[in-house]
Design a binder for this molecule. Sequence first.
Ligand code: NAG
Ligand code: NAG
Ligand code: NAG
Ligand code: NAG
Ligand code: NAG
Length: 555
Amino acid sequence: MNKLLVFSLLLLFSSVVWSGYLESDQDVLIPQEWAHVDRVGPTEELELTFALKQQNVHLLEEKLRLVSDPDSVQYGKHLSLEEVASLVRPSDLTEKVVHRWLQSHGITNCLTVRTQDFLQCTMTAETAERLLPGSRFHRYMRDGHYLVRSSAPYSVPNDVHHHLDFVGGLHRLPPKGLDLSKKQKSKAGFHLGVTPSILRTRYNLTSADVGSVQNNSQAVAQFLEQYYHPADLAEFMAMFGGGFQHRSEVDRVVGTQGGGKAGIEASLDVEYIMSTGANISTWVFTNPGRHESQEPFLQWMILLSNMTGLPWVHTISYGDDEDSLSAAYMTRINTEFMKAGVRGISLLFASGDSGAGCRHLGKENTFRPSFPASSPYVTTVGGTSFKNPYKVTYEVTDSISGGGFSNIFKMPDYQTTAVNSYLKTVALPPKSYFNTSGRAYPDMAALSDNYWVVSNRVPVPLVSGTSASTPVVGGMLSLINDQRFMKGLPALGFLNPRLYKLNGKALFDVTEGCHYGCLDEQVQGQGFCAAPSWDPVTGWGTPNYPALLAVLLSD
Ligand SMILES: *[C@@H]1O[C@H](CO)[C@@H](O)[C@H](O)[C@H]1NC(C)=O
Ligand SMILES: *[C@@H]1O[C@H](CO)[C@@H](O)[C@H](O)[C@H]1NC(C)=O
Ligand SMILES: *[C@@H]1O[C@H](CO)[C@@H](O)[C@H](O)[C@H]1NC(C)=O
Ligand SMILES: *[C@@H]1O[C@H](CO)[C@@H](O)[C@H](O)[C@H]1NC(C)=O
Ligand SMILES: *[C@@H]1O[C@H](CO)[C@@H](O)[C@H](O)[C@H]1NC(C)=O
């Protein structure tokens, strides 16, 4: 071997030894809609989040399985935040190594959380770039919002590498949000339009089906620089809240409600969770974290890890393509979902509004799963429409309803029977389009088409998307929690193991229609199709409230 080659191999080797990437598969490209503003000055301050490696993650997973499985003696025996902390808290060695590393760069301004597994530190850009070789911070702007991100991937020294899951605040961008499509169908004016009373009729909620337990609560979380407006909620309830006892005010806002115009998305979430989850105290988590370098979704996860006395049900209309996120990030966020589930908190995510999605890889296309919808530890909600749009009839697939199979998370035990039966009995798209061993979603569904929303004091028709169906289901789970609390039972918590054991009982099975997929010759715009029992378009179907209450009110 010639000397030069040996030397360069040594160099290569030493750079591998000294530092490595934590998220080599993370998409670092800044989309064009974010305009470059400038390079961040060396003395400007950033706030970065360090996700410290946790202990006992497999024990946490096992515990979650036991407290969520109705056939286990531990069912409903949820853990307190302190108990979660003592389970997953990073080892002394991890804490020591990470602290020593930060201190050696003069970084001392850090906040921690009760579970000790996140550190949030302030430092100058110059320090951050020295701490994380490779990073280069720039400022970007979209719709008047500024953001600081790194234009290149970061690395960390090897001795720190296995003590961290990832560093937040460098790459991931605030999501665009699910497109709340405003479909202008012909004869749209004659459509029924979904209102609280239509929903309550379809899902068999009577005027007596409202919350009454003092400290039951539910929440929506928003990360889109969108605000709900208290006056819109009041007007919505005045217009559409007839026939059932309800509240017209949010009890608590966590985070910063900006001024300015209200967003349709934000209005929708609050207005509808409070229509099915009527008379239940409601919170809004909004744009947590104010620094330009923060990731709003991560900030929300950190809040959950740092707060006791949280609402029992959270609905979230946020999603990103799995392939745009690093596996390390998704795996860690999935653990955060387990931490919430083991505490008895139900997390509901919208399944997305692009059907099966489509990813173009050279000449090949595949479907495109969405995260967190694809996490095995959340309940994912798809969308339906009325068979006859002029009447309260049975429901069929809403062709936008997100669904499919994860490429990151393997299929959890609770769903293998249901999913394999679908895979065996239904005509499927070519196997090259999706991963049959992955977590399949959604888990259930609700109407997602043609909602009325009040936004900026104006009633807006024809609002559609799974961000509508998700709070509708969330509110109903809150009502069931309410009844459970009255009987002295624990909260439903992570619902899926119990939901799949119902085998479709108490749900309206959706069996008609297909959702969108790739627009190519092979699948011609079609993804999966609904079928009897579970399917990757509408899950098990939509809730028949009194029946669901009956089966979820024991134990
Ligand atoms: C977590 O909460 C504690 C107080 O309850 C606070 O001191 C700490 O700063 C919080 N951590 C973060 C990251 O906000
Ligand atoms: C609920 O709704 C369905 C369809 O609208 C109806 O057939 C059923 O009788 C209703 N009641 C119960 C208790 O399921
Ligand atoms: C509404 O909830 C409150 C408690 O938050 C309760 O006192 C009241 O009775 C409830 N209203 C109805 C109609 O159940
Ligand atoms: C309601 O609040 C009381 C007092 O804070 C607490 O002891 C009780 O466990 C709470 N119940 C529920 C269902 O959260
Ligand atoms: C399919 O999913 C499994 C996890 O269930 C994963 O290990 C595997 O890499 C995935 N395959 C592809 C091609 O993404």
